[in-house]
Write a protein that binds this ligand. Structure first.
Ligand code: DAH
Length: 340
């Protein structure tokens, strides 16, 4: 068998040098050295070479293979370098150009206050419980000691969906849901949306409340006030104080309205606190024993306190916002004022 290795060598090298990119070069390489390549075929055809010529033939083919491998590799390096150069040129960036500014959103004031409240009370060991927004009349009213003909139902203008279901008017409904499931000790914080047919500068048909509930042995009103003092100091100012005024809620006995000393004037009296030095921030009280009974908790062994506050109201006081609508219109010019 005649072998013109010189011819093959020249042809292969010329083809490899003509290859414009690494892909084309790869194809040349396969054409000669691949499994079905020309040089590989020669090696495979060794059997047909007469035995005495075989060593010389084999050496020749092998030399050719080694030579081509080296040549292709050298060519590959050149092609790769050229390609890299092109890539870098096409991706060149001008690092002196001014960057594009990303517009960052800010957290909504209601979210900020909600998060802050969660921080404060989680730090005191409260766990979060979120009840449903569509609630049954039983959880929203009846179990909270407010049966169908109770006058206190008029305190909240309710959106009824059916005779049985409504949009919850208060997160207090969550108290029942949790106490039905869990025996004391209980320390629950329940944030959520509530709904009332109410609409003016300080009332919106949808707003947010934060409910708190603590039930255990020997819980007293003093525990409530101590905890609220801590809340007022962390939420408003180091020097904030609280004051309890008697009030009425069907699910607490006694019930109180909690005022915080006005942070704007330090309690001296100003337009924000209408000259009184105090601002009403939440309702609270000792859990009515009927409510505990409704949930299967022994009122002779356990006592508890509960509180509920409007998150929008706290946000309005904290940031000096005079109309609750600002919190739902979501005008960016208003929202972007709340930055860290
Ligand atoms: N649920 C009451 C409301 O929406 C607020 C409230 C008052 C919650 C007293 C309580 C409480 O847990 O003890 O007006």
């Amino acid at each position: 068998m005649q072998l013109n290795s010189e011819e093959i060598r020249k042809r292969a090298i010329a083809e490899s040098e003509a290859a414009a990119d690494s892909r084309a070069l790869y194809e040349v390489k396969m054409k000669y050295l691949g499994r079905a390549g020309e040089v590989t075929a020669l090696l495979k055809g060794m059997k047909q070479v007469p035995a005495e010529e075989r060593p010389a033939f084999g050496k020749q083919v092998n030399d050719l293979r080694v030579e081509l491998e080296a040549a292709f590799e050298a060519q590959e390096e050149k092609v790769r370098a050229k390609e890299l150069e092109q890539k870098l040129a096409s991706e060149r960036v001008d690092v002196t150009m001014p960057g594009r500014k990303g517009r960052h959103g800010t957290l909504h004031p209601v979210t900020r206050v909600r998060n802050r409240l969660i921080d404060i009370f989680m730090g005191m060991g409260f766990e979060i419980y979120e009840g449903p927004e569509i609630e049954s009349d039983y959880y929203n009213f009846t179990a909270l000691n407010t049966p169908a003909d109770h006058p206190a139902r008029d305190m909240q203008d309710t959106f009824y969906l059916t005779d049985e279901f409504l949009l919850r008017t208060q997160t207090s409904a969550g108290q029942i849901r949790l106490m039905e499931k869990k025996q004391p000790p209980i320390k629950m914080l329940s944030p959520g949306r509530v709904f009332r047919s109410d609409d003016d500068a300080t009332h919106s048909p949808m707003f947010h409340q934060m409910e708190g509930l603590v039930v255990d042995e020997h819980i007293t009103l003093c525990d409530l006030q101590g905890m609220l003092d801590e809340f007022a100091r962390t939420m408003f100012s180091e020097t904030s104080k609280t004051r309890l005024r008697p009030s009425y809620f069907p699910f607490t006995e006694p019930s109180v309205e909690v005022d915080v000393s006005c942070a704007a004037c330090g309690g001296k009296g100003c337009p924000l606190c209408k000259g009184t030095g105090w601002i009403e921030v939440l309702g609270a009280g000792m859990v009515n024993r009927r409510v505990l009974e409704n949930c299967g908790i022994d009122p002779d062994r356990y006592t508890g306190f509960a509180f509920g506050m409007g998150i929008e109201r706290i946000a309005m006081l904290k940031y000096g916002i005079n109309n609750i609508k600002l919190l739902t219109e979501n005008d960016v010019r208003f929202l972007e004022q709340f930055k860290d």
